[in-house]
Design a protein around this ligand. Structure first.
Ligand code: FAD
Length: 622
């Protein structure tokens, strides 16, 4: 360790750091992972869950590229849900509830089993820079460690300041100290920094809750999983529960507003718009006297419970009193109060698409330090920074994912080209090619790219090729095989509009609305073909999505071309956005403030989504 020179030093072992270290090391770089506390590798700072809308797609993309987040999530999952199953497949989003302690343990074990990773526990307090090039890091004990490149993934730790009511103290996360030194040095090197804020709810003792008064939220009957490798889906699951706040709870919370750091001006930075605190929700949606709360177990055995939807930095006595008025929480006991944290971030417009900084060669930033929020967003940036740090050292072409290739491409392009003034989280609406960027085809989109740079294993690549071959063969079977009305119509009695009048190819019948693979499987020819070829559920899903949505995919491509052609359309001065109710609230707010001159300018404003642009185009008659 001391005296050795590394190829890549990764500072911080949160989601970004862990992925960065794994990627660089798996590609063959001699890697050192330095973190303030080796017990908190892969720590979930907030809710014990991975994935969800758009984030689930990112986890599958990380997995397809050979990252570890999907495998770790599968191994530590306690519940699985495919969200949005009632919508089109572009919206299907896998989500797991996880055992917080096992998640961190799995991460540590995965990294310990990865060749080329060294570990060291200490705070990095400075960077070694020579002629605008990174040459290593300096630790708080004054040790210099040399390295050809450095990936900074400090998360919420840079000058972190924790707030609970009127109390405030330094910290990177509850019970962990803040990191100092790095921001100050980066500023002296010419970087710009900003402050952001995030918050977390109280954790409570599950034994003190009355679940009989709440609504059970079970996992999927047939749970799936994240990883395209051979991890196992869950054989049993833990339930979550749902309850609600009430007018009484809101009144009790309001009693603490004058002591709230959010309202008395002590917190000045911006928090995540889509993860608001309960006091924020009460304030912003004053007409609503009830908000949902999801009661999520923190693991298989622990009695600790996460109170999703009740993030707060109000004084702890107020949190406690209000919580005791929630149905099912009448006898609640606290494990820890909720809190808010402010931390430094670096506007990501200071980075290249590889996540290397423009100012200092071979210095990379990934994760919350770039103004994002969320484990998945952080992990995916870590993966890409680790990959690109290695590729650059080996004089290879960078790996930059395009917006039509991956959510990760959308995320990084948004950050680099638009920057962000508030914690950035991914949404399906941020991706203009979302019908192409589905959770079911992340392996088809990305594994070949990763294999070509030497990260995805041969086994992973073979699995992907087999799936592709088999789904193509199944699609061809539907294209080539005919079906008679008397064979298919009895099966489609519940789908009247799909009844077939004459012999036709199966593909055509299958393409009709509401006809599903389950219908087709009732045809002996189909079930025999699938059995003979031993096709699994992933192959069936892939073929089904490609057949059913081929029209949407083609249409999306046409729309994308149109959008590009119309980029220079002028918007009248002082345009009144308030009359366009189909614009998102965020878009109306930002467009009114910024008053862009062209559609092209509007599209680059953070928070204005491709669908907002479509609304504007329609209104402007394009
Ligand atoms: P982190 O997970 O924060 O990891 C940073 C790592 O760097 C840690 O291991 C730390 O020890 C190490 N480190 C930092 N500085 C140094 C240094 N100088 N030397 C050595 N090691 C260092 N996300 C959501 O999506 N929704 C939420 O509601 C939400 N709420 C949150 C609430 C709180 C209170 C916190 C703290 C975070 C919350 N997050 C939330 C954010 C989520 O935790 C992060 O987005 C995610 O963990 C970021 O990952 P990261 O790898 O960038 O950083």
């Amino acid at each position: 360790m001391f005296g050795e020179e590394y190829d890549v030093i990764v500072v911080g072992a949160g989601h970004a750091g862990a992925e960065a270290a794994a990627a660089a090391a798996n590609l063959g770089s001699k890697t050192l992972l330095i973190t303030m506390n080796l017990q908190t590798i892969g720590q979930m700072s907030c809710n014990p869950a991975m994935g969800g809308i758009a984030k689930g797609q990112i986890v599958r993309e990380i997995d397809a590229l050979g990252g570890y987040s999907g495998i770790v999530s599968d191994k530590s999952a306690i519940q699985f849900k495919m969200l949005n199953k009632s919508k089109g497949p572009a919206m299907w989003s896998p989500r797991t509830q996880n055992d917080r302690m096992r998640f961190a343990e799995e991460w540590r074990l995965m990294l310990e089993r990865t060749p080329n990773v060294d570990f060291y526990q200490e705070m990095v307090s400075g960077l070694l820079v020579e002629n605008n090039k990174i040459i290593g890091v300096k630790t708080s004990l004054g040790i210099d460690i040399k390295s050809k490149s450095v990936v900074l993934t400090n998360g919420t730790f840079l000058n972190g300041l924790i707030h609970i009511g009127e109390k405030q103290f330094g910290g990177g996360r509850a019970g962990e100290k803040a990191a100092t030194g790095i921001t100050e040095q980066l500023l002296s090197l010419g970087f710009e920094s900003g402050r952001m804020k995030t918050g977390t709810p109280p954790r409570v003792d599950g034994r003190s809750l009355d679940y009989s008064k709440m609504i059970v939220q079970p996992g999927d009957t047939v749970p799936e999983k994240f990883s395209y490798t051979n991890t196992k889906p869950l054989s049993h699951q833990r339930d979550c529960h749902m309850t609600h706040t009430s007018a009484l709870v809101h009144d009790l919370l309001r009693e603490g507003f004058d002591r709230s750091p959010m309202f008395n001006g002590r917190i000045k930075s911006t928090g995540p718009r889509y993860c608001p605190s309960i006091e924020d929700k009460i304030n912003r949606f004053a007409d609503k006297d009830s908000h949902q709360m999801f009661i999520e177990p923190e693991g298989w055995e622990t009695v600790e419970v996460y109170v999703n939807g009740f993030s707060t930095s109000l004084p702890e006595d107020i949190q406690f009193k209000a919580l005791r008025s929630v149905v099912g929480f009448e006898k609640v006991k606290f494990f820890r109060p909720g809190y808010a944290i402010e931390y430094d971030y670096f506007p990501p417009t200071q980075l290249k698409h590889t996540l290397e900084t423009k100012l200092i060669e071979n210095l990379y930033f990934a994760g919350q330090i770039n103004g994002t929020t969320g484990y998945e967003e952080a992990a995916s940036q870590g993966l890409m920074a680790g990959i690109n740090a290695h590729l650059k050292l080996n004089e290879k072409e960078p790996l930059i994912l395009k917006r039509n290739e991956a959510y990760i491409g959308v995320l990084i392009d948004d950050l680099i080209t638009k920057g962000t003034e508030e914690p950035y989280r991914m949404f399906t609406s941020r991706a203009e090619y979302r019908t192409l960027l589905r959770q079911d085809n992340a392996d088809l989109r990305l594994t070949p790219l990763s294999y070509s740079i030497g990260l995805a294993s041969e086994e992973r690549m073979n699995r992907m090729e087999e799936k592709l071959e088999q789904s193509d063969s199944l699609i061809n079977f539907f294209k080539e095989t005919s079906v008679l009305p008397n064979e298919i119509n009895p099966i489609l009695t519940s789908v009247d509009s799909a009844l077939v009048k004459q012999s036709d190819k199966m593909y055509k019948a299958f393409s009709r609305p509401n006809v599903t693979m389950d219908h087709m499987l009732q045809l002996e020819k189909v079930s025999n073909f699938i059995k003979e070829n031993n096709f699994n559920s992933e192959v069936l899903e892939q073929a089904e999505v490609q057949i059913k949505y081929s029209g949407y995919i083609a249409k999306e491509k046409v729309n994308a071309d149109k959008l590009h052609r119309l980029e220079a359309v002028k918007i009248p001065t002082n345009f009144d956005y308030s009359k366009l109710k189909s614009l998102s609230f965020e878009a109306r707010e930002k467009l009114t403030k910024i008053q862009p001159v062209t559609i092209s300018q509007a599209s680059r404003i953070s928070g204005v989504t491709p669908s907002d642009i479509s609304v504007l185009l329609v209104f402007l008659g394009r």
